[in-house]
Design a protein around this ligand. Sequence first.
Ligand code: FO1
Length: 307
Amino acid sequence: MNVAVLSGGVGGARFVRGVVEVAGGESVDVVGNVGDDVEVLGLHVSPDLDSILYALAGLNDEQRGWGRAGETWEALATVRELGGEAWFGLGDKDIGLHLVRTQALRAGDPLSAVTTRLAASLGVATRLLPATDDRLRTWIDTAAGSFPFQEWFVARGHRDEVDAVRFEGEETATPASGTLEALAAADLILIAPSNPYVSVQPILAVRALHGALRGRRVPCVAVSPLIGGRAVKGPADRMLRRLAGGTSPRHVAGCYEGLVDAIVVDEADADDLDGLGDVRPIVTRTLMRDADARRRLAEVALGAVPA
Ligand code: FO1
């Protein structure tokens, strides 16, 4: 069975790892978010692609959810000493990857080609593709102003309530090579338990990817990132409350209107399944606290072929 997964970082990366462990790396294609990519200290950082890459290579820091395990921070300490831009936590090992990526991008290689090479070098058999090779950036509109995603998320600690999310470049962004093919070849499409607004919508902002999902001939199953209406980490619950009017499964499913056939929700949300319409709820335990839990969740999602 071929599986395509749309994913953000952190929670999405954990889930993707579970899917790969259950389905086998070579039958899984991952389309990753690039809306939160950022240029820092002259380096091109693709946080969500990297979280997935590190998770699949077994190099990720489980606790933090992003970056590498056993990381050191000497370069950033020097940057700080020298009065440089130190608000974004780039570790020494992580910087090595950004140096290689940035050099290749400057030489004119598309992000998808660079990502494929990085994955191969790290021994990752799964195909990891950015949603687009074009510049697509998420902007967050708040009462305090409009901010590029990482400035709002990291520098401001996502403290500002979000009025709107915008994607710079969405009108012209075309799908990265391999993404439409991955969706067309899939027997099942999964949407990882990622923030719908800032992790999945930037993928769907690439019009042709949205169109491909809408016109799918195979089931698409989303996994809710909320447990008992609350985010495991990050601002997804606050954003849903404010932008969708609530944090029930129907509010999450509403972010994917016409795009999903089923939604996997946590047992803690089992009493709150009204208003899902045609979207079939699948109730299980969704917290990925360890390898067993992430594999169990992946098994449920992979087995969730709607009637
Ligand atoms: N998240 C933070 O909260 N603080 C950071 O300093 C930070 C640095 C960072 C560096 C590389 C990387 O790949 C991810 C990093 N993240 C950091 C995570 C990232 O900002 C978000 O988790 C994602 O963009 C949201 O999916």
